[in-house]
Design a protein. Sequence first.
Length: 124
Amino acid sequence: LTALGRRGGEIILVWHYLTFDLLFPALLSVTLVSLILATGRRLKAFRVLPAQLQSIFALVLVLPYTLAHYVQNFAVARLLSDFLSANPDSLSFASALTVTKFALFAIPVIVIAAFWLAGQKRQA
């Protein structure tokens, strides 16, 4: 962080975190919800559930990832905007948030894969 300097941190903050990282988590989350619904509706047990319950199920699986992603982005943006006050605790916290984000991302991906595999079995 120190090697970036204030100007380098500002460039990364503006071009990367304020553009890409504001849109990407939302777009990925919408994609995950859509894939859960699409693969789930291939299964009779899921298809018979009311549409609202299907949507709630998908949101419950994806929303923790979305929130973790935005919190992690905020933590990294704070580090970049005030890199001189970065300390081992703040760096460790940002790192833990990154690990948490990816762990929570795995949950909907596993459900999508399970639904897809179950749908493939049903078709065979």
